[in-house]
Design a protein around this ligand. Structure first.
Ligand SMILES: [Zn+2]
Length: 467
């Protein structure tokens, strides 16, 4: 579809200007004022135009457990999550669809799904979420979530636990699944990319990491992983490597300019220098870090050191939503309490740039995405500046980031394809999705996790908590 947006408000260095944007066959072909109308005319009057945000880290299937897991730190929360993980493809499909919808309706046009795989049906799981994202029309980066050590290995001294067992699949078999996924599904030009996605140092051997590096080099894939999300992981890294996790990942060649790492809560100053040097990205997931008590990531220090930062919602069981604007807001103002020098606090315009260009850089796709630039792909969002939550008229981006925007999305295009028009999704029936989610779930509370019972006393001991 060819179209021209006329007279939309757009940020410039100082303030705003009104812009016209011409799009032909999915590419931005002209940006300026008083442009001729090519294709459909889109009235941008009283609307703000921004590039689409990146939801740069999530796990779609967690949607089925949002709101139900009690307040617990990551290591114990994971026990709950895994004990009740849904294992059928219909639910996998619906949760990807729901994650994509919530991302789109909060300004996102790309989602990075660090995808939990159903054992024995790994490729089918990947095919299923791709079908969901393609049906919806959101740009998808799928990082199959892989590990080659069991959950108990993810805690300091965890291998001493009676319940510690070997992982169910060999490292080579796991890497073969990822390679097959690349062969079957990696089609960046069609809006679907496969990433290598080792879970993190807590559950992966060096062989798995280096196998991922080899696949990434062979097929030009971006790399994605969790990094130092919790204090326990910092302790585990010292136990495993006798150096910091970041230093170790640098030594085994995992860090480069297309490596994005979720969380980075427990980074030290040397780690931050290494991340800047290797041009790696930290994906900031502030809500998940608060929900699980993981800590506050040193984002201002990272920014000062030149580390690229993007935003993620993280999975919907540790958030418990997929509202990108909420993640951006909290992830920006949270740091006003970590650093008294207000001159380094994150401004709303900076937040938007981190969510757009920062997201694209983290995936190594900033030459094609992340800004409204001639030659880039038309992943665009129009915000309705007459929506009640964006009134009265002040600084539109200030209010979008710092306010509580509700129903503010007017239009969304991905690759120039209209996905949202007049606030309504064009590609799927939202009422049908609501009905499916309702029918396949039930009110519940007070679940007991059997795995939690097996590991809690160990966790309390290693974290020096009273027993
Ligand atoms: Zn995660």
């Amino acid at each position: 579809m060819n179209f021209t947006i006329k007279n939309a408000l757009s940020p410039v260095k100082e303030g705003y200007t009104t812009l016209d944007i011409q799009v032909m066959e999915g590419i931005i072909t002209q940006v300026g004022q008083n442009l001729n109308v090519i294709g459909t005319l889109i009235d941008g009057q009283d609307k703000l135009v921004l590039p689409g945000f990146f939801n740069a880290h999530t796990h779609s299937v967690e949607k089925w457990q949002r709101g139900i897991i009690p307040p617990l730190p990551l290591e114990l929360w994971l026990a709950h999550l895994c004990d009740f993980a849904p294992l059928d493809m219909e639910r996998v499909y619906l949760s990807a669809l729901g994650t994509g919808v919530e991302t789109l309706l909060s300004g996102g046009t790309s989602v990075v799904d660090h995808l939990v795989l159903i054992p024995g049906q790994e490729l089918e799981t990947i095919a299923t979420v791709i079908r969901a994202y393609q049906t919806l029309g959101i740009r998808a980066f799928i990082a199959p979530l892989i590990q080659d050590e069991p959950l108990t290995a993810g805690m300091p001294e965890g291998k001493l636990l009676a319940s510690h067992e070997y992982y169910c699949r060999s490292t080579d078999e796991t890497l073969a699944i990822v390679e097959q996924a690349v062969i079957n599904f990696h089609q960046p030009e069609k809006g679907t990319s496969i990433l290598v996605g080792p879970t993190g140092i807590q559950l992966c051997t060096d062989a798995l990491f280096t196998g991922c590096v080899a696949l990434s080099d062979r097929y030009q894939l971006s790399r994605h992983s969790h990094l130092l999300e919790t204090k326990a992981q910092e302790k585990l890294a010292a136990e495993k490597y006798e150096c910091s996790a970041v230093k170790h990942l640098q030594e085994i060649g995992f860090l480069d300019e297309k490596t994005s790492l979720a969380h980075g809560v427990w980074l030290n100053d040397t780690d931050i220098e290494i991340l800047a040097l290797t041009k790696s990205t930290i994906v900031h997931n502030p809500l998940s870090n608060l929900r699980l008590g993981s800590g506050i990531a040193p984002i201002l220090k990272c920014l000062r050191a030149g580390v690229n930062i993007s935003f993620g919602c993280d999975g919907a069981s540790s958030n418990d939503s997929q509202d990108l604007l909420e993640a951006i807001k909290i992830g920006s103002i949270l740091h006003n309490i970590t650093d008294p020098d207000y001159r380094s606090w994150i401004t709303p315009k900076q937040s938007v740039e981190m969510a757009c260009l920062g997201g694209a850089k983290g995936l190594g796709v900033h030459n094609h995405l992340g800004s409204i630039t001639v030659g880039k792909k038309a992943d665009l969002v129009l915000y309705d500046l007459t929506a009640l939550s964006l009134l009265p008229r002040t600084d539109p981006i200030g209010l979008l980031v710092l306010g509580r925007p509700v129903n503010v999305i007017d239009s969304v295009w991905v690759d120039g394809r209209p996905i949202v028009v007049n606030g309504k999704l064009t590609t799927i029936d939202i009422d049908e999705l609501r009905q499916e989610l309702f029918d396949r779930s039930g009110w519940e509370a007070g679940r007991e996790s059997p795995t939690l019972g097996k590991i809690e006393s160990h966790y309390r001991r290693i974290m020096s908590l009273s027993t």
